[in-house]
Design a protein around this ligand. Structure first.
Ligand SMILES: Nc1nc2c(ncn2[C@@H]2O[C@H](COP(=O)(O)OP(=O)(O)OP(=O)(O)O)[C@@H](O)[C@H]2O)c(=O)[nH]1
Length: 181
């Protein structure tokens, strides 16, 4: 019987609960998308064979629970992984911030040679993406004094223009009153 694959690699998906790891894996292995969120308990895995540069690569992809309480279990799988897929949700800023923690756990528990890749999931929710808003918030914070000054002088200007308008209107009214007499 022909060999079904040449090499077997283990990949591990990591990221906060709800970022969409299970959905992503099902989409990849079964071409299906089930929108329900049933939190993974501990770990689960799916297999798929790929042909890369003429090599039949069987990937065993471990889907881990993002919930904190399973981390003692999931960490036991790190050392056997050859690749890590970090996943965050582009609409959820904490899921991006927590990547630093996921990455430091990988540094601690996974082999040195482990390959890493980062995926920002839920790209269909582009309008709710948080990173660009956050970047704009940070720039605004950094330039807060200039912006306040600018807005302050704009207010002064508008107030002055308003007063001038008021004064002009008053002059016209006074003029009309004079004429009417
Ligand atoms: N809009 C959108 N929602 C998604 C996408 N992928 C997953 N979701 C939703 O995100 C929620 C969580 O998905 P899961 O795959 O269960 O999340 P998980 O990361 O495996 O969560 P844990 O098992 O708790 O670690 C579900 O309600 C999905 O419908 C996506 O690409 N776009």
């Amino acid at each position: 019987m022909a060999k079904q694959y040449d090499v077997l690699f283990r990949l591990l998906m990591l990221g906060d609960s709800g970022v969409g790891k299970t959905c992503m894996l099902r989409r990849f292995t079964e071409s299906e998308f089930d929108p329900s969120h049933i939190s993974t308990i501990g770990v689960d895995f799916k297999m798929k064979t790929l042909e890369i540069d003429g090599v039949k690569v069987r990937v065993q992809i471990w889907d881990t629970a993002g919930q904190e309480r399973y981390q003692t279990i999931t960490k036991q799988y790190y050392r056997r992984a050859q690749g890590i897929i970090f996943v965050y949700d582009i609409t959820n800023r904490p899921s991006f911030q927590h990547l630093a923690k996921w990455a430091s756990d990988v540094d601690e528990f996974a082999p040195n040679m482990v390959q890493r890749i980062l995926v920002g999931n839920k790209s269909d929710e582009e309008l709710r993406r948080q990173s660009f808003t956050r970047a704009a918030e940070l720039v605004l914070q950094a330039h807060k004094r200039d912006v306040d000054n600018l807005l302050g002088s704009l207010d002064d200007y508008l107030e002055k223009v308003g007063l001038d308008d008021e004064k002009d209107r008053q002059d016209v009214d006074d003029g009309q009153r004079t004429c009417a007499c």
